[in-house]
Design a protein around this ligand. Sequence first.
Ligand code: FES
Length: 106
Amino acid sequence: MARITFIESNGTTHTADINDGTSLMEGATGHNVPGIDADCGGAMTCGTCLVHIDPAWVERTGTRCEHEQQMLEFAGRDGDNARLSCQIIVDATLDGLVVRLPEAQI
Ligand code: FES
């Protein structure tokens, strides 16, 4: 399990304890964190689960796969440590992770 902090663009903070093996997107939506639409349910076809990883956590959250990279580039949102939260699987090494939510999803 990992405690994850989500920060909305207006500064509102939400903290959620998310089980190992759950995607960051599933954890956020399961805890009613606003701002993650996740229209495709994690199939990596919508791009509406975007988060920005706190710089201190970029290495631990891993790298984008090729398809995720293409999705973010296509949307013009591949900067600022952007990731699709459905592609980040939570485990104990992510305890304390901080992510920021965009002002709006794609
Ligand atoms: Fe659709 Fe992540 S939920 S791309």
